[in-house]
Design a protein around this ligand. Structure first.
Ligand code: UDP
Length: 428
């Protein structure tokens, strides 16, 4: 922060994303909405003059120590633990070397002093708190997901989050100066499950890139993703994991075909995204499920796609289906709406903010595939209903651009580093 000006933005922020790199392709492994968040926010902060260093664990020996992601945004690789992708739950034991690397980078004067630390996910937060205390700067934390919330909404067969994470999150909430919640619901969960105090929490919704995710010709998009012009594409986008319930979509499609067999020649269920975490086998289970329900011929499993290609999948779809058991926000739902495609989502967590139920999409109570089949049938059978939602969807998404997120985050940064006596209004 420039000396003598208490209203300034921070000059340089240390953003911590220990378990997943902003350079990874989202939609597979441990890379998802958090990675998109870190990249989109960092780029826009740098454009406003706030340099951002993103510290992440080095997963390969040949990674350069520093990679420029965008002007003013550097990714710093910190060796901690063995190379290779490790299960998130195994990373806690490598926190010490990670913290050591973080402190050493600053101590060596390259790149210099940080004015603020922002941690993403609890592991990063644990490292961030130590660094922030050492450097005498504020610590801002985004949880993204919380163990107690996840454990309360486990899908059948899911393993609960470990006690070590619950305890770590408890301590982190006590230690962080500020907590960023994606939605009012997350703010409530932080208070209810972790005892966070009101003055710590700021609710700031994440955003969507309104330049990449734009409406466009459905027929052209269908052609670009290799589908016939009359296709009814029901789309799932995201990491394939039980918590996101892609199986609900496949079961709903089976019911839809039972209800209306004439759809068979033009229905496609597209599942775009790779394996979640390390070493699971969900896509195989999805294939087995589709075969056992007699719908394998309509299900297309696609690996994770870059965001430009993803925009075409959204534009091509009749609806994007987000039947998650728990979702801290649901960027996919907003991206789909920004492309003019209605969303059929579970009425859980951040999806109730991400989707304006009955306006830009449909919110479904629970996870009964019949309920999803009924909503999808209505969207296919009633073009006027679909057109109404499709018209409102981009308008709703437009209220959630990343610029707004960054404006509000910078206000939190300013108030964190500004002496308490000075009201923020005086800085505007
Ligand atoms: N994503 C992507 N390619 C894919 C699948 C997903 O780039 O093939 C991105 C998607 O655009 C979204 C993010 O991954 O921005 C997923 O975020 P979301 O909040 O929906 O779920 P999370 O991964 O955080 O649980």
């Amino acid at each position: 922060m420039p000396e003598g000006d208490p209203c300034s933005l921070p000059s340089r922020v240390a953003t911590i994303s220990l378990h997943t790199s902003p350079l990874d392709q989202p939609g597979t492994g441990d890379a998802g909405g958090l990675n998109v968040y870190v990249v989109e926010v960092a780029r826009r902060m740098a454009e406003r003059g706030v340099a951002v260093d993103v510290f992440t664990r080095a997963t390969r020996a040949d990674l350069p120590p520093v990679v420029e992601l965008a002007p003013g945004v550097n990714v710093r690789h910190v060796p901690a633990g063995p190379f290779g992708h490790l299960d998130k739950n195994a990373l806690a034991e490598h926190l010490c070397p990670f913290i050591f690397g973080l402190l050493r980078a600053e101590a060596q004067g390259d790149p210099g002093h940080y004015d603020l630390v922002h941690g993403h996910y609890w592991l990063s937060g644990r490292a961030g708190v130590v660094a922030a205390r050492r450097w005498g700067v504020p610590m801002v934390q985004s949880m993204h997901t919380m163990a107690r919330v996840k454990n309360a909404a486990l899908a059948e067969g899911d393993r609960p989050e470990p006690e070590m994470r619950v305890r770590g999150e408890d301590q982190l909430v006590r230690q962080a100066d500020r907590l960023i919640a994606n939605t009012d619901d997350e703010a409530r969960q932080l208070k209810q499950h972790y005892g966070a105090r009101d003055h710590q929490i700021s609710t700031i919704p994440p955003g969507v890139d309104l330049e990449v995710f734009t409406p466009g010709s459905r027929s052209e998009a269908l052609a670009r993703v290799g589908l016939a012009p009359d296709t009814e594409l029901l789309l799932f986008v995201g990491r394939v994991q039980r918590l996101k319930a892609p199986d609900v979509l496949i079961r709903a499609a089976a019911e839809l075909l039972e209800r209306d067999p004439s759809l068979r020649s033009r229905l496609v269920v597209g599942v775009v995204g790779g394996l979640s975490g390390v070493g699971h086998s969900e896509p195989l289970l999805l294939t087995d499920l589709a075969e056992s329900l007699g719908v394998a011929d309509v299900v297309r499993l696609e690996p994770a796609q870059n965001r430009h290609r993803l925009a075409d999948y959204y534009r091509a779809a009749t609806a994007t289906v987000v039947p998650s058991y728990s979702e801290s926000f649901g960027l996919v739902a907003v991206e789909s709406q920004a492309c003019g495609t209605p969303v059929v989502a579970a009425r859980v967590g951040g999806l109730t903010t991400a989707v304006s139920g009955g306006e830009s999409g449909v919110l479904v109570e629970g996870h009964d595939p019949s309920d999803y089949a009924a909503e999808l049938h209505r969207l296919i059978a009633e073009p006027a209903w679909r057109a109404k939602l499709a018209m409102a969807a981009p308008k709703h998404a437009a209220t959630l651009g990343w610029s707004r997120t960054v404006d509000e985050l910078l206000d939190v940064y300013r108030t964190s580093i500004t002496p308490r006596a000075l009201p923020l209004a005086a800085c505007r």
